[in-house]
Design a protein around this ligand. Sequence first.
Ligand code: ZN
Length: 62
Amino acid sequence: MGTVAVNAAVESVLVPMVAHCLGCEGDWQCEDVPVACPACGSLDMDLGGGDELLLESIEYRG
Ligand SMILES: [Zn+2]
């Protein structure tokens, strides 16, 4: 698990985060953790990206 945590930290730097707003169902990329949704101002957000995006990019290149 220690190795996974280190890899995840590196991925978060290389791959932009993707935030998903639960208020307006909007998605956007961000380099820093967003304070609120830029579209509707909702504070209910899910942060994604990282692992899933990296796995997808590897598959596309593969
Ligand atoms: Zn929103």
